[in-house]
Structures are given as C-alpha cells and as structure tokens.
Design a protein around this ligand. Structure first.
Ligand code: NDP
Length: 282
C-alpha cells in the first residue's frame, strides 16, 4: 500500500484564494485588514518565518506592519508596544514571533494581546474558548490540520485519534479540536509508556514532537491517516518531519508530506484569523 498525499500547498492555496474575495469586500467597506508582526532579536528561523508571513500578507493585500526590535528591549517596553498595538484601531491582528529571546516572558506577552486581536490564539481567552467549544481564535497550526482533514473528507467522528505532543501551540489544541469533531482522543508525550502500541491504535495519528523521522512504519495501523507537524533539519540540511515518511506511507492510507504539508497551512490560517479579526470590526 502506498498512501495518498494530503497536499497542504493546495489546500492552503484554496484558503488564500477564498480570502481574496473577503479582503476585497472589507476594502470596499473602507477596512484594510492589518496584521502587526513583532519580531524581537535576530533568530534566523524566526526572521525567515516573519518574512514568509509578510510575503503572504502582501500577496493577499493584507497590510503587515513589522516591528523589528533588538533583543535588548525590556519587558516593560515590549509590554508597552503590545498595549499600543492593542489600542491602535488600524491594527486587527497582533503576532509576536516566538520564541522570544532569553529574559523576556513569553506568557506575559501572549496574555497581554487583546483577545479580539489574538490571531495566533495563544492568549488566555482564546484558549479558554477553545476548551469551552465557543467561537474564538484557534491556534493556526492545529486549525490548519483540521482544515486539511476536512478538505480531504477525513471525518474524525468515531475514530481513534492519537496526538503525540502536548504543547499549547500544537498538541493540546489539536487534541481538543479532534475531540470537538467527536474523535476518541489519546494524547501522548515524552513520559508515555509503549508509544508504539498507542500509535498502532490510531485511525488518525498526529505527530508534533520535533524529532526527525521518529515515528516508524511498523507503528502505523493499516489504512491510518498520518499528519506530520514536525519540522526538523535532516543530516543533509533538508527539511524532514517527525515521521519516517518512506516507511510510514507503506502502511497509511493518507499522509502529509514535509515540506508541503502542515507548514503552508499554518500561514494560511494566520491570514484567515487576521481577516476574521478585521471582519469583526466591520
Ligand atoms: P514542543 O517542544 O513544545 O513540544 C514537543 C512535545 O513532544 C512535548 O509535549 C513532548 O513531551 C513531546 N515529545 C518529545 N519527545 C518525545 C518522545 N520521545 N516521545 C513522545 N513525545 C515526545 O514542540 P511544538 O509542539 O512547538 O512543535 C513540535 C514540532 O512541530 C516541532 O518540530 C516544530 O518545529 C513543529 N511545528 C511545526 C509547525 C508548522 O507550521 N508545521 C508549527 C509549530 C510547530 P513532554 O511534554 O513530555 O515534554
């Protein structure tokens, strides 16, 4: 068996395309959707992520205002910047690129972003709403995973979903979203015993741990859907996921590639959230 690809490039392109009309409608009403991007320090990966977010904004006609700040900024000054962006009526969404340099408190910053501008979905109100199944901003990567499943007609209802990883950015919100869609959900992490056995029970296996090719072919139930969130740099310098793609695709029925799977979805959902934030002000 050779699994079929879940093409994140295509699904994300479709989402971006559908946003263009919504953005045109907003502009017709005099609203220019605007994302403020805060980049602190010189982390090369963060700079790359911010550049691709700015590029996608430009392609869609979303205004992006970049605040590129030296890592010597104090917590008080960073807080003040967030407060200013919170009260700036032109700004609809605020993104603070993580990780922040040492000495700055990420949680303090995330929790300070106004809930109606929290397009990354990491604030207390967004996370609370997710837990309560109320509408609100959902973190972009797990939201993107759900959109991919939906696009390929993979309905989690009644299925056994296993999520490896319990971060607030990916694993936990993804588990809640799968639960919302009536999957039976198991969350695994670094202390999980018999991880292979847990994986073998999965109809839908989502992996977000940050370890190259960690999940092996013989961990996969025949015909399962495998979603690889991981982004790692392999020994050859190329991007590689948390799943051993070649071996796993022999057992799965659907699989996301790396690159070209979950990655493009994350940016598309950031654009989606920014447009939703702008629509709320209409
Ligand atoms: P974190 O480091 O925050 O979390 C990793 C999780 O994996 C933890 O819950 C950890 O368990 C678990 N874990 C680590 N080692 C093992 C192991 N040996 N067995 C089982 N579980 C393990 O990472 P993130 O959630 O932020 O990111 C995960 C991956 O997803 C990374 O590769 C990251 O680059 C990628 N990513 C990709 C995105 C995209 O757009 N495609 C966006 C965001 C992240 P414990 O809690 O016990 O420590």
């Amino acid at each position: 068996m050779s699994a079929q690809l879940i093409d994140g490039k295509k699904v994300s392109a479709d989402i971006r395309e559908s946003l263009k009309q919504e953005i045109a409608d907003l502009k017709g009403k005099g609203i220019d959707p605007c994302l403020a991007v805060v980049l602190v320090g010189e982390n090369p990966a963060s700079k790359k992520y911010v550049a691709s977010k700015e590029k996608t904004c430009a392609e869609l006609g979303i205004v992006s205002i970049a605040h590129k700040i030296p890592e010597t900024i104090s917590q008080a000054d960073l807080n003040k910047l967030i407060d200013d962006l919170n009260s700036d009526k032109k700004v609809h969404g605020i993104l603070v690129q993580l990780p922040l340099p040492k000495g700055l408190d990420e949680k303090e910053v995330m929790y300070r972003i106004a809930p109606d501008k929290d397009v990354d979905g990491f604030g207390l109100q967004s996370l609370g709403k997710l837990l309560l199944d109320e509408p609100g901003f959902v973190a972009c990567t797990p939201h993107g995973v759900m959109k991919m499943l939906e696009a390929y007609g993979i309905d989690p209802s009644g299925k056994h979903a296993v999520v490896i990883g319990r971060s607030v950015i990916v694993g936990k919100p993804l588990a809640l979203l799968l639960l919302r869609k009536n999957a039976t959900v198991t969350i695994c992490h670094s202390r999980t015993q018999n991880l292979k056995e847990e994986c073998l029970k999965a109809d839908i296996l989502c992996v977000a741990i940050g370890k190259a090719k960690f999940v092996k072919g013989d961990w996969i139930k025949k015909g399962a859907t495998v979603v690889d969130v991981g982004i790692n740099v392999g020994e050859d310098g190329k991007l590689v996921g948390d799943v051993d793609f070649q071996a796993v695709q022999e057992h799965a029925s659907w699989i996301t590639p790396v690159p070209g799977g979950v990655g493009p979805m994350t940016i598309a959902m950031l654009m989606y959230n920014t447009v939703q934030a702008a629509k709320k002000t209409a």
